[in-house]
Design a protein around this ligand. Structure first.
Ligand code: GLU
Length: 320
């Protein structure tokens, strides 16, 4: 009985101490569609951050959003604190180029990069489409405005001297809707810049006979050689029904970004929650399995590192 009382007292004291020191602060992380990987990135980071709420006061939520461009815009407007964004759109937002011409996001800051995201095109087998070029004249879901894939698709089309007007239909369905649209024969193909394996492509390739298309050729080679944020990528054969051999394409990195307006200690605690529990984090999605810390703090980052992240990386001896 005496022992029980002592424990209760200790627990009460520590709860009171926690309340006294940690002021409650809410952070929001922008993700993507619920069938993608960004949603899991945000949810996983929040899960780790929220384990420390008692000491840090931080309460993290990661709602579904329109994707990369929507996240960067929300961070820029101060509506969200952090978000996931493709490396190409991090670059353009920070430099005020492409979609972000005249809308430079000076306060964008890099935190770390995550998994690779191959530019992925899936076509119904009965559409007869067997290459990217064969998509012209067909019905293609180019993605919702605000998504990374939609913006990157525009770049790919422009590099080929084409536009969405060259498709019989260019639909703008969200990732969560596109697999069903492919299955219901509302479109011949769907486009998604996304980590693998993921629920959306799994759903698409299991509801209808479908094949992943290679995205290669001169225009793609030029995009990759001229831009640091693009790289050649391969989607391993056997990952999805209907595609047994490796599929060559190009890709970007998923990156985690924030704003210079977000306090250093907040970013520090978020980064610490991820890297202090890195094995646990890697176990939260198969696309995270091969992540390596050294790559994550350099690859695909073009905006300056946020000082809160830098502080943690210095403490770990990862940077000078
Ligand atoms: N790359 C996509 C985008 O920027 C999101 C992919 C995902 O949700 O995993 O919108």
């Amino acid at each position: 009985m005496k022992h029980f009382k002592t424990l209760t007292m200790a627990a009460t004291m520590s709860a009171l101490a926690g309340m006294a020191t940690a002021e409650e602060r809410f952070i929001t992380i922008g993700t993507g569609g619920q069938t993608g990987v960004y949603f899991v990135v945000g949810q996983s980071i929040c899960r780790l951050v929220n384990r420390n709420t008692e000491t840090t006061g931080l309460k993290c939520t990661a709602p579904s959003t329109g994707g990369s461009i929507a996240n960067i815009n929300a961070i820029s407007a101060g509506d969200m604190d952090m978000g996931v964004a493709q490396s190409d759109w991090q670059f353009h937002a920070y430099n005020g180029t492409s979609e972000f011409e005249g809308k430079k996001v000076d306060k964008l800051r890099a935190v770390f990069s995550v998994h690779g995201e191959p530019f992925t095109v899936v076509a119904r087998k009965d559409s007869g489409v067997d290459s990217f070029e064969a998509l012209f004249g067909k019905r293609v879901n180019v993605g919702n405005p605000g998504s990374g894939q939609r913006a990157t698709m525009d770049v790919v089309l422009a590099a080929m001297g084409k536009s969405t007007a060259d498709f019989a239909l260019a639909s703008e369905l969200k990732p969560a809707e596109q697999a069903a649209a492919l299955g219901d024969n509302k479109v011949d193909a769907i486009v998604y810049t996304v980590g693998h394996p993921n629920g959306s492509i799994q759903e698409a390739t299991s509801t209808v006979d479908a094949v992943l298309l290679p995205v290669t050729g001169e225009a793609i080679d030029k995009l990759v050689s001229e831009n640091p944020y693009y790289a050649k990528a391969v989607i391993p054969g056997g990952m999805y029904a209907g595609t047994d051999s490796d599929v060559e394409t190009f890709g970007v990195k998923a990156t985690f970004v924030t704003s210079s307006d977000v306090a250093d200690d907040v970013v520090y605690e978020v980064v610490k929650a991820v890297f202090d529990n890195f094995d646990r984090f890697k176990g939260l999605h198969p696309a995270f399995a091969n992540l390596v810390e050294a790559d994550m703090i350099s690859d695909g980052l073009s905006a300056p590192l946020h000082p809160g992240a830098e502080k943690y990386y210095k403490e770990r001896g990862w940077i000078q």
